[in-house]
Ligand binder design. Sequence first.
Ligand SMILES: [Zn+2]
Length: 127
Amino acid sequence: MFARRPFEMLQERQAPAYSAALELTWRAGWPAVVVLVLLAAVAAALAWRWHNRYARPNAIWWSGFVLLFNVPGLIAYRLSYEFSPVARCVECGVTVPRDRDACAHCDKPFAGRPYGVRKYSRRDGVC
Ligand SMILES: [Zn+2]
């Protein structure tokens, strides 16, 4: 919008100079920019929250990715990670992902098999 519209305004002689055309374009389009920036901030916050909830590394990079690419970035983030079930750790009381053998917060081993993880055998598939 901000790249093409000022040139169109100049060609249509709606503005005397490029700076005036850019200013007119900004006046017409700033609410859309504000909405997009707010949407990107909410999407990045959501990615940050999910990433930290599942105790995954590099939350800042993923949040930056989502901030840059907005809702499509959030969709890409969501598709790239399969969410695992979470449960409260009996040792520390923090809600942590249960797809591993130990708590992501206190590192105490869980009793029993991790949730949401399939163990495969070579012979007959899922066991
Ligand atoms: Zn714990």
